[in-house]
Each structure stands twice: as C-alpha cells, then as structure tokens.
Design a protein around this ligand. Structure first.
Ligand SMILES: Nc1ncnc2c1ncn2[C@@H]1O[C@H](COP(=O)(O)OP(=O)(O)O)[C@@H](O)[C@H]1O
Ligand SMILES: [Mg+2]
Length: 239
C-alpha cells in the first residue's frame, strides 16, 4: 500500500515519517522524527530553542526537503511536489513571530492578497477579507496600515490572512513571541477558537504558559527528537 493511502486510511492530516534534516555536516536539526496529526487536531510543539521546531514546520510547508523520510499532508507527498508554492497556497496557512504584513497595504488588502490567485473578483476577495477581519475582531481597522496598528492587532491581521483561504493545515511558529502577555492571550484565544470552528488542523509552536490549555496534544522536542507527548487541556476524547 502506498504511504499516502496508509495515511488516509488512518485519518492522518499530517504524517511525518522517519524524517531527518541536516544542515551541513555538523547540525542534525531533526533526527528520525515520526509524528502524525489527525484531521482537525490541534497540536502544541514545545521544546527549547534549537530543538528543531521551526525546521519541522518548514519541512511540512514544503519550504525545504528532508534528507531522509517522508512527509504527507492530506494526499500530497510534500518532498515530491512539482509546485510547492501552489501546495502552500491551497493547503497551508502560516503565522510567524513577525507579522510580515505588506507595509503599503491596508489590513483588508493584506488579507486579500492570498486570494488573488484563486478568486477573480476583487469585490468577492474584499468581502472575504472583511469577514476574516471580523472574525479577529478588527472591523474597526479595515483600512488601517500596519504602522497604524498595535502589535497584537497586526498579529490578528496576520491570523486573518492565514485563515482567509480556508487552509487544511495552519502552521503557527511562535505567533505571540513578540507580544506582551495581554495581547498574546487574545491572539492565542482567537487562533484556538477560529481553527476549532473551521476544523483546521493546527501545529502551534509556543512558549506561552497558557497555550497547552487550548490544545488536544502537547509534543515536546529536544535536540531534533520528540522526547515527550501528553494530552492538552482541550482534549475531550480519551486517547
Ligand atoms: N538554515 C539553517 N542553516 C543552518 N542551521 C540551521 C538552519 N535552520 C536551523 N538550523 C539549526 O537547526 C537546529 C534547529 O533549529 P530550529 O528548527 O530553528 O529550532 P527551534 O525552532 O526549535 O528553535 C539549530 O541547531 C539551528 O541552529
Ligand atoms: Mg523556531
């Protein structure tokens, strides 16, 4: 049976199997990692700086290829894609520590950008962008530029941009790492609520103490390996 069929039979949305990633001869960023994430599951990845969390998310997104092992997202074998950019556009949403909003575009225009390849009518794109900004409580900031927004508001725009295309998988790499604790709580709460509502599968990297309460499962990494797993505070069904 092909690996992709095996993954689908088991209901996995993301399947990382025996993945190793090296940088040069001396750094093994990921050392034979295996991780499966079910459709709609919300997983928190923790672990010290340098443990390989960002490398893992980058491989799942197809930004880079593993040296060994395979990664499946839905039906796609991520290392073998002809068009990784298209795969990302259609399947993956991202939020990073820095918002990466385009400085010359308003909030609604930033959220509109990912829809440009797939939605021909501008009016429809803007309608969807405004709905996504409504979901992050930013109705009052539609035509503000990033420089006119607070840090927390910028991350909420970034979250709206990540979700507006209705991705199957949301990858969030320390999305609140540059925010104060009040703004962090708001952004994490929105991320959790919106991804739940849409059934999006989420891999979140966060050091926030309250992050674990929102998730189904906490996976701990160290030195490129998975060293622990436990249930998160949102898990309702016993493992
Ligand atoms: N592009 C790169 N080139 C060289 N080394 C890298 C690169 N990206 C990550 N690393 C190394 O891989 C290891 C894991 O890094 P990273 O995935 O960023 O960890 P984390 O996100 O958990 O802090 C670290 O030792 C880091 O220095
Ligand atoms: Mg990192």
């Amino acid at each position: 049976m092909a690996l992709s069929e095996a993954a689908r039979d088991g209901g996995a949305e993301v399947l990382v199997e025996g993945v190793t990633k090296r940088f040069g001869k001396r750094v093994t960023a990921l050392d034979d990692i295996t991780l499966r994430v079910d459709a709609g599951e919300f997983v928190l990845l923790t672990g010290p700086s340098g443990s390989g969390k960002s490398t893992l998310l980058n491989l799942i997104a197809g930004f880079d290829r593993p040296d060994a092992g395979r990664i499946l997202v839905g039906d796609a074998s991520v290392g073998d894609l002809d068009d990784p950019a298209r795969f990302r556009r259609e399947t993956i949403g991202f939020v990073f520590q820095l918002h990466h909003l385009l400085a010359g575009l308003t909030a609604e225009e930033n959220v509109e950008v990912p829809l440009i390849p797939s939605v021909a009518r501008r009016a429809e794109r803007l309608e969807r962008a405004r709905a996504a900004l409504h979901d992050v409580d930013l109705d009052g900031r539609l035509t503000h530029l990033p420089a006119e927004l607070s840090g927390g508001e910028r991350q909420r725009v970034a979250l709206a941009r990540a979700l507006v295309g209705r991705p199957r998988v949301l990858l969030a790499d320390e999305p609140t790492g540059a925010l104060d604790s009040a703004a962090s709580t708001v952004v994490l709460g929105l991320l959790a609520a919106l991804s739940r509502r849409s059934g999006t599968t989420v891999l979140l990297v966060s050091h926030e103490l309250d992050a674990a309460q929102h998730v189904d499962r906490v996976v701990t990494m160290r030195d490129g390996a998975i060293v622990g797993e436990r249930a998160g505070g949102a898990r309702t069904v016993p493992a």
